[in-house]
Design a protein around this ligand. Structure first.
Ligand code: ATP
Ligand code: MG
Length: 412
């Protein structure tokens, strides 16, 4: 039989890839904790309505990208394409809308039926943060600062620029929408088929089009600035002021609109030129309407999500695996004593391994192959003296160490 292949757009994460992946999550998790965020895990699949209702029925995600199927009971379920809707659903179902603010961090797989290419997969992984409750612009600035700190802790902030925009409040958007409809209606015939449909249903979304013809027209389109209500304009000013106070550099880009329907006010993307067409690594904004759409009370919120694969690709170097200590017993009595030594080292937090068989030479070869930093050689003579010969495999130096002193001697 031909070996089975992973499904198109999915991949195995092994070895160096997994170390990068784990490093991104661990770094983000630690940074999020310093800002007071707790981690939540929500189900990988949800009632289809959790997404269909809220992401917007003209969004690419809902119209083209969702993995939706009927389960054996006939219910329509969807593999989550993103996690913000699920977090808001969880907020409501767990009765947490009265315990605000909630500061939520998450990490896990997402699923979108897209054309696979570099940095774009059908199963991919995101880290994300949601700050639910505060309506103040300082919240927007703080959650963006968290994103920036994560990129800095990963050492990739030099390759990334924060692009910032506002989508205004409802009044601003209604006025802006009318201006966009005027502008694009004149250009209707030149728009892609998708954008002609967007023009009827959700003209703002044309600004997010990836079609090159649309993008030419978008360059000349009106921007939202003249249509902002005084409240929306001062909100945006406060976000920018607080970003500066928090030490986060940004560039304004009036073309940034998010691909999902639930955003208002702040919209932002962290972009890089190092990943070709897949240049957005982290993206988010304010979504004050979403919790209410999920059946909760009106609740302001702001958040972002970042693709772990794209962040991993940007890392300048891979985290090195921890070098193990190889335990090498010679003879039956030493084999038994070796088990005690192994467990003592492991319980002291050290990585210790023993080959299951082979003579001294074979086991030393194996120790080198797994990149061991030290070998503990244990023969009958050492056993009788209550010591082990510890060989530093980098320097070749060897010394007899009493059993009780092994963990301290080998601590890094
Ligand atoms: P894009 O414009 O690249 O399609 P998006 O606007 O659909 O991105 P979001 O829904 O904002 O993306 O998701 C946030 C982040 O998740 C993206 O910036 C990206 O890093 C990552 N991401 C989104 N879709 C994919 C995918 N199919 N494969 C890998 N990463 C993805
Ligand atoms: Mg997309």
């Amino acid at each position: 039989m031909d070996p089975l292949q992973p499904v198109r757009g999915t991949r195995d994460i092994i070895g160096e890839d997994q170390r990068r992946h784990t490093h991104v999550i661990a770094t983000a998790r630690a940074a999020a904790a310093t800002y007071g965020f707790d981690e939540w895990t929500t189900p990988i699949f949800e009632d289809t309505r959790v997404f269909a209702r809220t992401l917007g029925d003209t969004s690419d995600v809902v119209t083209k990208e969702m993995y939706t199927f009927s389960d054996r009971g006939g219910d329509s379920v969807t593999l989550r394409p993103e996690n913000t809707a699920g977090i808001c659903r969880a907020l409501v179902t767990n009765g947490l809308t009265q315990s605000l603010p909630q500061k939520v961090f998450y990490a896990g797989p997402m699923f979108r039926y897209e054309r696979p290419q570099k940095g774009r997969y059908r199963q991919f992984h995101q880290i994300g943060a949601e700050l639910i409750g505060p309506a103040e612009p300082l919240a927007d600035a703080e959650i963006i600062a968290l994103g920036w700190d994560i990129l800095s802790a990963l050492g990739i902030e030099g390759d990334i620029i924060l692009e910032l925009n506002t989508l205004g409040d409802a009044a601003s958007r209604t006025a802006y929408r009318a201006a966009l409809v005027d502008y694009f209606t004149d250009q209707r015939a030149a728009l892609s088929a998708d954008s002609q449909e967007r023009l009827d249903k959700n003209p703002l979304r044309i600004l997010d089009s990836k079609d090159s013809r649309d993008q030419m027209l978008v360059q000349q389109a009106p921007t939202i600035a003249p249509f902002l209500s005084p409240e929306a304009a001062s909100f945006y000013d406060a976000v920018k002021l607080n970003l500066t106070r928090l030490g986060v550099p940004f560039r304004e880009n009036p073309r940034i609109v998010r691909g999902l329907d639930y955003y208002s006010h702040t919209a932002f993307e962290f972009v890089t030129t190092r990943l070709g067409a897949q240049g957005t690594v982290m993206a988010g904004g304010r979504y004050d309407g979403l919790v209410a759409e999920m059946g909760g009370p009106p609740t302001p919120a702001v958040g972002w999500a970042a693709g772990i694969e794209r962040l991993s690709m940007l890392l300048r170097q891979s985290p090195a695996p921890t070098a193990p200590i190889a335990v090498i017993p010679m003879g039956e009595a030493a084999e038994i004593a070796a088990l005690t030594i192994l467990q003592t080292l492991r319980r002291a937090g050290l990585r210790a391994e023993m080959a299951y068989r082979g003579n001294m030479k074979r086991r030393l070869e194996r120790a080198n192959k797994i990149g061991a930093r030290a070998a503990i050689i244990l023969g009958e003579d050492e056993l009788n003296r209550g010591v082990a010969a510890v060989k530093n495999l980098a320097t070749g130096r060897q010394a007899d160490i009493a059993f009780a002193d092994l963990p301290a001697h080998l601590a890094e």
